[in-house]
Design a protein around this ligand. Structure first.
Ligand SMILES: NCc1[nH]cc(CCC(=O)O)c1CC(=O)O
Length: 329
């Protein structure tokens, strides 16, 4: 007999686990994205993302307690506003009334060991719904945009964020954010997770519902990466590393496994995050609900593919479900 015999090497559960080593899904490999609204007592359903809700601060603290007890280690916060004004500069992003700014001190004192990251962007707060500041002709004014994003990052840092995560994709925002944190003496307390490799994707639809951040006109293809591009993805990651990004992200996940692997190979010493985005969540959720696939089995298969491709941390709306499954074992 020639060739490799597999049966003996995977005949025992422990052998199979060794065969999959490095692709474990534990609490340290998970970050939970959460939408936070202005009304502290609100719980709002999101029709395109069943099972995901927007929470007011009071409710969220209670929702988090059992998850933290199950091992939850990190969260990623998104602010969503209805009543606060939306304007051309996104002034509500860092006003004292912003739901994230109000929540941060409370979360930090209630869960001192939880790592709290804040998404930094203008789109939930601008009247036009774009991620930067626009000129009159509708084009992006990059310098003004990164100045605003740096100020917003500083406000979240001062309010208690451990990590700021700019998702806007303006040019050179990482340097602007690092500079302001350094000037304010916060560079050792607050790190920067860059949405470095973010594609202009058809999988963000449900999120724009959830965050009420759909652009009023045009799209984001002039500041997000074209889906077919590998070279731009690699250059985007390199630029952000050069500007001082502490951690990198590839987004979305499932359609970009090759890019995850490329990015990890290119920067093996930077923790790599992958964002399983809203459309990926919806896809698995609805397929399972219609009986087309087994949710637990398909979900863990996808999560393992992210880890196998090189992701250290997976940002996913399925975190509560995953923690539940892990704790059953
Ligand atoms: N800056 C916006 C932002 N931050 C995270 C997501 C998408 C997340 C998801 O789909 O779950 C988006 C949407 C976009 O770029 O249009």
């Amino acid at each position: 007999m020639s060739g490799i015999q597999f049966h003996s090497s995977i005949s025992h559960a422990a052998l199979r686990e060794w065969a999959e080593s490095g692709t474990e899904i534990g609490p340290a490999n998970l970050m939970y994205p959460i939408f936070v609204v202005e009304n502290d007592d609100a719980v709002e359903e999101i029709p395109s993302m069943p099972g995901v809700k927007r929470y007011g601060g009071n409710i969220l603290l209670d929702v988090l307690a059992p998850l933290v007890a199950k091992g939850l280690k990190s969260i990623l916060l998104f602010g969503v506003i209805d009543k606060l004004p939306k304007d051309s500069t996104g002034s509500s992003a860092d006003s004292s009334q912003n739901p994230i700014i109000r929540l941060l001190p409370r979360i930090r004192s209630r869960f001192p060991d939880l790592l709290v990251a804040c998404d930094v962007c203008l789109c939930p707060y601008t009247d036009h719904g774009h991620c930067g500041i626009l000129r009159e002709d509708g084009t992006i004014e990059n310098e003004a945009s990164i100045e605003r994003l740096a100020k917003i990052s500083l406000a979240y840092a001062k309010a208690g964020a451990n990590v700021v995560a700019p998702s806007d994709m303006m040019d050179n925002r990482i340097r602007a954010i690092k500079d302001i944190l350094r000037r304010e003496g916060l560079q050792e307390k607050v790190s920067v997770l860059s949405y470095a490799v973010k594609f202009a994707s058809g999988f963000y639809g449900p999120f724009r519902d959830a965050a009420k951040s759909a652009p009023a006109f045009g799209d984001r293809s002039c500041y997000q990466l074209p889906p077919g591009s590998r070279g731009l993805a690699s250059r985007a990651a390199a630029r952000d590393v050069e500007e001082g990004a502490d951690m990198l992200m590839v987004k979305p996940g499932l359609a970009y496994l090759d890019i995850i692997r490329d990015t990890k190979n290119q920067f093996p010493n930077h923790p790599l995050f992958v964002y399983q985005v809203s459309g990926e969540y919806a896809m698995i959720h609805w397929a399972a609900e219609k009986g087309a696939l087994d949710l637990r089995r398909a979900l863990f298969e996808v999560l393992k593919s992210f880890r196998r491709a090189g992701a250290d941390v997976i940002i996913t709306y399925f975190v509560p479900r995953i923690l539940e499954e892990i704790s059953k074992k």
